[in-house]
Design a protein. Structure first.
Length: 201
């Protein structure tokens, strides 16, 4: 019963973090003959502090700087409608159930993740979508999770963080992803449709 309650709280907690994430967008609309382009820069921030729960838990902090560029011009292949190129640089922090944890109470290790991600999304005239992405990153001490979290807590007078002595060792990550969406069926009123999705990572 207790375990189920914890899992429900964790799920709701993560959903609230997603909904309360702060985003700042800056868009640029150049006017070029024969070409329609849009660029977007976004800063996304997630933190337990936005929920006023007074503790750090699991995925506890994240920040990313994201750039997206839309291409919709004559240089695209005839079967394509548009392309979106994207680039993201981000950092994430993970704690155990609490940021003040003894070893015997830790249900997951402390760690940080520093990553760079690039991708391209292709939209086709038949309403199919192909997403390609490559991400490389670093888990562990080299991602500077401990000095970052402790520095923030010291700066704002938060509680003392305990648990980073048992963080993960450095591990490099390289991941390639392919995600394909295709329209399978749509009714005559064009109000209901079914899609097929295939993802390889």
């Amino acid at each position: 019963m207790f375990g189920a309650g914890v899992m429900r709280f964790f799920a709701v907690n993560q959903m609230l973090k997603l909904l309360i994430s702060l985003s700042v967008f800056f868009c640029f609309f150049p006017s070029l003959k024969g070409m329609a382009q849009v660029s977007e820069f976004a800063i996304n921030s997630d933190n337990d502090a936005y929920l006023f729960i007074g503790q750090d838990q699991y995925y506890t902090n994240g920040i990313s700087f994201n750039y997206r560029h839309l291409r919709n011009d004559l240089k695209l292949k005839q079967n394509q409608v548009k392309q979106i190129w994207s680039l993201s640089l981000g950092h994430k922090l993970y704690n155990a159930y609490s940021g003040f944890s003894e070893v015997r109470l830790m249900d997951r290790p402390f760690t940080a993740y520093l990553f760079l991600r690039g991708g391209q999304t292709r939209f086709y005239k038949d309403e199919s979508v192909l997403e390609l992405a490559v991400e490389t990153g670093l888990y562990g001490k080299g991602a500077f999770g401990e000095p970052l979290q402790k520095g923030i807590h010291d700066l704002f007078g938060f509680y003392h963080i305990s648990g980073w002595d048992y963080q993960l060792n450095n591990n490099f990550v390289v991941d390639a992803q392919i995600d394909y969406h295709r329209l399978f069926w749509r009714n005559r009123q064009q109000k209901i449709d079914l899609q097929i999705n295939t993802k390889i990572s």
